[in-house]
Design a binder for this molecule. Structure first.
Ligand code: ATP
Ligand code: MG
Length: 764
């Protein structure tokens, strides 16, 4: 249990103290009309967790009052999910349908008390009579039926004498209640349908509002915990139990905020649509936010429990970042799983000066002391490396193999490239390489400097595997429907190559493929002949670079040093991290900082992650913060630009004080973010103060409309064709005009002011 108690546990403890209940009894009451999703996991953790923490028990109850949508296969999926998460329910599972006879008796009792009546108006009238939030409703004439008539009609409803919708049973409460739910809510409806358990025994079914509170009472539940959308139903819950004058103790309802995650839909109805329309391969498709999906993908129960613990329990709905869930699984696996080498897109490398074969002993857990174990990695003349790890025309900062730059084969030798062989289309088909006999990892006596180590497999020994790469199912942060599906959420690689020990040793089902991510042997499709691995999650949040660019754009202070630069710095960072195949768990200290950065400073998790993992960056960030209280802007520049510098240089030419000055100038709109980038570059070279640089170069941002306007007018005058096209509706040309003006001022014009003025002038 986390140290600080959530509000539900506070309530439970008070009730225990007051002696209100002898035992804490909760329940998890899903409707078996779909597979449970990660939102249900939250509810499971709360209900089972509270029962466990207070030595009570939790019932698993199928809320099966809607015969048309429910099915046994969903019951099985729910049982499986609860068990997989590590919880046990009390005795057998419960079904609301088991209480149908009792609930029926309670309905009769209400009728006899004059508190319920059979209504026979149609749906439209019912809606009309309900009134509105501002106007009271009115009661139907049938509310005046005598108790005898009601009893007779209700019994005949049960016997099947009427069609669906012909009559309903309603509570007689108050048609002018401020809470609209209390305006004579429905208790029973007629449904001539086959029920998966009671079959054709019943043709009337109790409504949620009637069945739920009574089921809770019948089972002796003490705390009936549900999501916020049932807040207004609480009055009915209380009314039913109080009106029936049931013997105490009775349960009380408490609401918490439901879980929402960005890039995810969380409604069984929408998930069912994906399954039925074959947009995914079933409820357990590894892209689905169902428990079965996470399980099949390779998530561990621990990672999901951890996630539920981290998000906490609150009374206000909020959206959780999906990267937080991804962080939890990464964090869990990082400590546990063996690290091996797999090549997804193989490029052949023939080592011309190597003959024979050798066996290299390589640890499975190179970074974790408590876990031990190693395997043999065979090495021979022909190996495969990742196609991306060679570059004939490397960009600046490319640390892997090039015609000029040697690289280390992880756990093995250093090689250099002698010759590049291509086919007629120009595609590289093979590299001829040389190895350095005295450079073997662990006993390297060569003087050869390399900037990274890459994964590889021996051609003769490697095993072919199928790899299924999964990406987010939705491309939008707040997906609505099918149109928001990410078309690239699944890609299948049929002929990836893996080192043989993975297939033969079977030390685990989950692996870190070094520099690639975490993978899981698919529990259904994997065979020794055709091994299939699912990508669980990457080593790093691959969506974060997108987010950083987006966030920098939208933060109050724009430190958006152009899209390329943000992108570039991230890829450098990723490179450094993966050279060592590291994505270690945060230490307690780092974790505390991480929490502070994300919660207090409101940094996004990726930026925080970068900052806390590197001591130098952390202290640089903290130092800078002391100079200027602008945590988000400073974090962005430190995690991007400063981090990049630190990785390339041993010593920084600039100080935290200078960075604070730079951010401050952007904050105060003295310089544009674009110019800030230029100034930063200069600082890295000369170490001069940003103010000095700005002054010497005359880079002060121009925000004065009197200066900018004539420039805009000139641009407009020079481009009559584009003006015409723009005014005829080609909105894309807006960027052209802004660009021209910025160019004319050498980037010194304040983009915000330019935007406003261009809009105005083009309208004229
Ligand atoms: P959906 O809208 O996805 O169909 P539901 O609320 O209809 O969900 P039920 O099977 O009725 O699903 O819910 C079982 C329990 O799980 C309920 O107590 C419900 O409040 C809880 N629950 C459902 N979705 C979430 C969520 N996103 N976050 C937390 N709890 C949830
Ligand atoms: Mg529901």
């Amino acid at each position: 249990m986390s140290e600080s108690k959530d509000f539900l546990r506070v309530i439970v403890e008070e009730d225990l103290k007051k002696g209100k209940y002898k035992e804490i009894v909760t329940r998890f009451p899903p409707e078996p009309n779909g597979f449970p999703h990660i939102g249900h996991a939250k509810s499971i953790c709360i209900n089972f967790g509270i029962a466990r923490d207070y030595n009570g028990h939790c019932n698993l109850r199928m809320d099966d009052t809607n015969p048309t949508t429910e099915d046994t296969k969903y019951v099985e999926a729910l049982k499986d999910a609860v068990q997989w998460l590590g919880f046990k329910w009390d005795k057998d599972i419960y079904y609301t349908s088991d209480y149908f006879p009792k609930i029926y008796e309670y309905a009769i009792k209400l009728i006899k008390m004059g508190k319920a009546y059979v209504d026979s108006i149609n749906e439209e009238q019912m809606r009309e009579f309900r009134g509105t939030v501002t106007e009271p409703g009115k009661r139907s004439e049938f509310a005046n039926r005598s108790i005898e008539e009601n009893l007779d009609l209700f019994e005949r409803m049960k016997k099947g004498e009427f069609k669906d919708g012909e009559h309903v049973l309603r509570a007689k409460i108050d048609m002018s209640a401020a809470n609209m739910k209390m305006r004579d809510p429905l208790l029973y409806r007629i449904r001539h349908a086959h029920h998966f358990r009671t079959e054709n025994e019943w043709c009337i079914y109790p409504m949620y509002d009637f069945a739920h509170c009574l089921s809770d009472y019948i089972e002796g539940i003490s705390h009936s915990i549900c999501t916020l959308e049932f807040e207004n139903n609480r009055d009915i819950y209380d009314w039913v139990l109080d009106t029936l004058e049931l013997e105490p103790p009775r349960p009380y309802q408490h609401e918490f905020a439901r879980l929402g995650i960005n890039y995810t839909v969380m409604s069984k109805r929408k998930l069912l649509e994906l399954v039925q329309g074959n947009y995914v391969n079933g409820w357990d498709d590894p892209r689905m936010p169902t428990i079965a999906g996470y399980k099949r993908r390779g998530y561990t129960p621990e990672s999901i429990l951890n996630f539920c613990d981290q998000i906490g329990i609150a009374k206000a709905n909020s959206m959780v970042d999906v990267s937080q869930l991804e962080f939890c699984i990464r964090d869990d696996l990082n400590k546990k799983v063996p690290r091996v080498m797999c090549v997804l897109d193989p490029l052949k490398v023939t080592i011309e000066n190597y003959e024979g074969e050798e066996e290299i002993d390589a640890p499975y857990y190179p970074h974790d002391v408590p876990k031990e174990g190693s395997r043999v990695v065979p090495f021979s003349k022909v190996v495969y490396i990742e196609r991306d790890d060679f570059n004939e025309n490397p960009p600046k900062g490319f640390y892997r193999l090039t015609p000029e730059q040697p690289v280390r084969l992880r756990h093995g030798y250093i090689i250099s490239c002698k010759e590049v062989i291509k086919d007629e289309t120009g595609k590289i088909t093979e590299l001829i390489a040389q190895y350095y006999p005295n450079s073997k990892s662990g006993s390297d006596t060569s003087d050869i400097k390399v900037k990274s180590a890459i994964q590889w497999v021996s051609e003769k020994h490697a095993k072919k595997i199928e790899v299924r790469l999964y990406d987010r199912l939705y491309k939008n942060e707040a997906p609505e429907g099918l149109e928001d599906l990410n078309p690239n959420s699944l890609s299948i690689i049929k002929d990836a190559l893996i080192e043989p020990a993975v297939i033969s040793d079977k030390v685990d089902e989950r692996f870190q493929f070094e520099r690639q991510g975490y993978f899981y042997a698919d529990p259904i499709d994997y065979t020794d002949e055709n091994p299939v691995f699912n990508k669980i999650v990457g080593l790093k949040d691959s969506w974060a670079k997108k987010n950083i660019v987006e966030r920098t754009h939208s933060s109050t202070v724009e430190v958006n040093y152009s899209v390329e630069s943000a992108h570039h710095s991230i890829s450098t960072k990723v490179k450094k991290e993966i050279v060592h195949g590291e994505a270690q768990a945060l230490t307690q200290e780092q974790q505390n900082l991480f929490d502070k950065y994300t919660k207090e400073y409101r940094l996004n998790s990726e930026v925080s992650n970068i900052l806390v993992r590197d001591e130098q960056l952390t202290s640089f960030y903290e130092e800078t913060l002391k100079e200027l209280n602008s945590p988000v802007s400073i974090a962005n520049i430190v995690a991007n630009e400063v981090a990049k510098e630190l990785k390339q240089e041993n010593e920084l030419k600039f100080t935290s004080k200078q960075i604070a000055q730079l951010v401050k100038m952007v904050d105060e709109e003295l310089i544009s973010s674009k110019i800030a980038k230029q100034v930063f570059e200069e600082m890295t070279q000369t170490g001069e103060n940003p103010e000095q640089i700005v002054e010497a170069k005359g880079l002060i941002q121009i925000s004065d409309p009197a200066v900018i306007l004539p420039i805009i007018d000139e641009v407009i005058a020079k481009n009559p064709d584009n003006v015409e096209k723009y005014r005829a509706g080609n909105q894309k040309l807006f960027g052209f005009f802004v660009g021209q003006v910025l160019k004319a001022t050498e980037g010194k014009a304040n983009p915000k002011v330019v935007n406003e003025l261009v809009t105005k002038q083009l309208k004229a």
